[in-house]
Design a protein around this ligand. Structure first.
Ligand code: AMP
Length: 418
């Protein structure tokens, strides 16, 4: 990775315009918006600490939720400014706008090492449209641009791409923050030349979401382990019956092509040999989308290749969990994206937790580099309280997946080369 990072910058007395990911989960309690999880704020502290020490005048910009270009009080970043201030035991200034005279006055009054957080940048529709005039307005307070919001780097928005381009055009530097640098290191550099065996575990709902990643990783991995609902589309491709499992019949040919590519490349491509299955039962209750709530009854292990007509696959079975765990434990590099089953329901979480434990084993006993590629696998690791026992957990969801597919992320492309 040859992108400039905050370590390379001389920021003393300069206005550093820094894009962060403060899209934190919030909840209304007694008329106040309260932050439920501070992970994303904590993740920016190392970069903030470094820039503060170096004497930067820090202007933070971020989005929260989907206000759709309108001022939405429940999506204000003010509570985040208060929380950040509490976490670093120093004042964090806040302006209730992200462009305009008020912002310029506050930014220009900053002293070295001081921090200012701007209001939700998505209160303007021009942000997501990457409107050049809007980016100009944001860039008015930027001598240097830093991006520490990996989770938003797959979007070419004004605060992730437009501002960076303008700062670069003016001859200014655009650098990765420390969090962004780690994401690029682990999802990029470490996986481009992995220690072997390199084992990839892919799960989750849909083949269509992951097929590009599968295709890219078939060029690099020694073994690919498939779980989640995705496995049933692969089983369809093998001519097996999958009952009422979640499948994508229109992806069967794509799945066949992936199986063929695995054979040609000599990649071990494993599908579950047994499954936990359950019977879906429609109830009279309606979900938020107005559709009947389906309950899953009478779960059991199915060791047969086919799944009976009235049942659906909800998790990998114990034999598969054992086999996958063995393969994972002997790996030197592991990448995991997507749960093995409907892990939100404790009855169907065992396969996912078995994989989580095996990934930890590989890290601790085999000295493997273990990388959790974002989204629900991160949630599963945290649920199992194993998050700090792996090499790296990505903070991106969609951004991680696109990066692993080999896509160029606009927010990364816009950063200066070293
Ligand atoms: P993804 O975002 O593609 O990683 O998918 C994660 C979702 O896949 C989770 O909400 C899981 O509940 C769901 N999932 C995993 N396995 C299954 C399965 N066998 N049937 C239905 N949904 C599943």
């Amino acid at each position: 990775m040859a992108k400039l990072t905050v370590n390379d910058l001389d920021v003393k007395g300069k206005r550093v315009f820094m894009r962060v990911d403060y899209n934190v989960p919030m909840e209304e309690k007694e008329g106040q918006m309260v932050i439920n999880d501070i992970t994303r704020i904590s993740a920016t502290l190392p970069t903030l600490e470094l820039l503060t020490k170096k004497g930067a005048r820090i202007i933070l910009t971020a989005h929260l939720g989907r206000p759709k270009g309108k001022r939405e009080p429940s999506m204000s970043l003010k509570p985040v400014a208060d929380k950040l201030s509490e976490m670093i035991s120093r004042p964090v200034q806040f302006v209730d706008d992200c462009i305009g005279e008020k912002v310029e006055a506050a930014a220009n009054a900053l002293q070295n090492g001081e921090i200012l957080l701007l209001e939700n940048v998505r209160f303007y529709a021009e942000e997501e449209a990457n409107d050049p005039a809007f980016a100009e307005k944001l860039a008015k307070v930027a001598d240097i641009y830093v991006n520490d919001a990996f989770g938003a780097a797959h979007r070419a928005h004004a605060s992730t791409e437009g501002v960076a381009r303008l700062v670069a055009q003016r001859g200014g530097q655009c650098a990765a923050g420390l969090l962004m640098e780690r994401e690029l290191k682990y999802l990029g550099d470490e996986l481009s030349n992995p220690a072997r065996p390199f084992v990839v575990i892919l799960g989750g709902a849909k083949v269509s979401d992951k097929i590009k990643v599968i295709d890219t990783l078939l060029d690099k991995a020694d073994t690919i382990l498939i779980g989640g609902a995705m496995a049933y589309t692969f089983k369809l491709a093998q001519g097996l019956k999958v009952g009422k499992s979640l499948v994508e019949p229109d992806m069967v040919d794509t799945a066949k092509a992936a199986l063929e590519k695995a054979k040609q490349r000599n990649v071990q491509f494993l599908l579950p040999s047994d499954n936990v299955v359950a019977t879906p039962v429609k109830t009279d209750r309606l979900n938020k989308k107005g559709k009947p709530v389906i309950e899953l009854h009478d779960h059991r292990v199915n060791g047969e290749p086919n799944i009976p007509e009235n049942e659906e696959g909800v998790d990998i079975g114990p034999d598969t969990a054992k086999k996958y765990s063995e393969v994972i434990s002997s790996a030197k590099t592991v990448l995991w994206n997507g749960p093995m089953g409907i892990f939100e329901d404790p009855r169907f979480a065992e396969g996912t937790f078995a994989v989580a434990n095996a990934v930890v084993q590989a890290t601790e006993k085999n000295g493997a580099k273990t990388i959790i590629g974002g989204g629900d696998s991160v949630k599963a690791m945290n649920k199992a309280k194993l998050g700090d026992k792996v090499t790296f957990m990505s903070t991106g969801g969609g951004a991680s997946l696109e990066f692993l597919e080999g896509a160029v992320l606009p927010g990364v492309a816009a950063l200066s080369e070293k």
